[in-house]
Design a protein around this ligand. Structure first.
Ligand code: ADP
Ligand code: MG
Length: 236
């Protein structure tokens, strides 16, 4: 179900207001994000698109509480996170966010199941059904027969399925994916995107970054970033 503006039960997951990110290089200040305004409602599947260097990853790092803006306000699932310190940001990440990256970032010595259980181990309290929940998440990704495989024993597409299971396992408010198909062949890429689409139909809010139109076509809303600004946005 997609909540839309005007809908009485609409819940805003991302509210970014005039976000700026500037880097100091020598004596110069270089703006990379130049006043981003973005609102994402619960249940949306948004693709952030744009050419290389547009600021997509910089924006994703801020939306993912991995970095803070130089200026502006960012409210994530009702909580203003613009000014939080690293410790508090890490708590928010663990509680509210799931990440999927181009390079998978699985722990190489751990099995698929152990990788998917990791977010529970980093949380304050490990739920009693952590293992069962992780098994179910892997089954959901079609990886039920690979629970005890190490990442090196899996194909790229299978590794990304494990990474998606890991992102989903804590039932986060928001799933963020940065070029999740960037290292995959076209078949695996389509399979992975079909899984994201299914997860979205089941109610997960997804923001996905890509420079690939074919990948972006799986989303229900496309936001075009160019030179640090939102150039176009299909607001629902
Ligand atoms: P995209 O993901 O769209 O390719 P990025 O967000 O990675 O773009 O980068 C946008 C711009 O910001 C690039 O010009 C890049 O050189 C610059 N940039 C990114 N990170 C830093 C940094 N830590 N210091 C200085 N410039 C940076
Ligand atoms: Mg990038």
């Amino acid at each position: 179900m997609i909540s839309r503006p005007g809908d009485a039960v609409a819940r805003i997951i991302i509210e970014a207001i005039d976000l700026w990110k500037e880097y100091s290089i020598g004596e110069n200040t270089v703006p990379v994000l130049k006043g981003i305004n973005l609102t994402v409602w619960e249940g949306e599947f948004v693709a952030i698109m744009g050419p290389s260097g547009a600021g997509k990853s910089t924006l994703m790092h801020i939306l993912g509480c991995l970095d803070t803006p130089t200026k502006g306000r960012y409210v994530l699932d009702g909580e203003d996170v613009s000014l939080l310190d690293d410790y508090r940001l890490s708590k928010i990440r663990n509680k509210k966010l799931g990440f999927v990256f181009q390079a998978f970032y699985l722990v190489p010595w751990a099995t698929a199941l152990e990788n998917v259980m990791l977010p529970f181990l980093y949380s304050d309290k490990v739920p009693p059904n952590a293992q069962e929940t992780a098994v179910r998440a892997l089954e959901r990704m079609g990886m039920g027969d690979r629970l005890h495989y190490k990442p090196s024993q899996l194909s790229g597409g299978q590794q990304q399925r494990v990474a998606i299971a890991r992102a989903l396992v804590t039932n986060p408010s928001l799933i963020l994916a940065d070029e999740p198909t960037g290292n995959l062949d076209s078949n695996s890429s389509r399979e992975v995107m079909a899984l994201f689409q299914e997860m979205n139909k089941e109610g997960h809010t997804i923001v996905l970054i890509t420079h690939d139109r074919e990948v972006a076509a799986y989303a229900s809303r496309r936001v075009l970033l160019r030179d640090g600004r939102i150039f176009d946005d299909e607001v629902p």
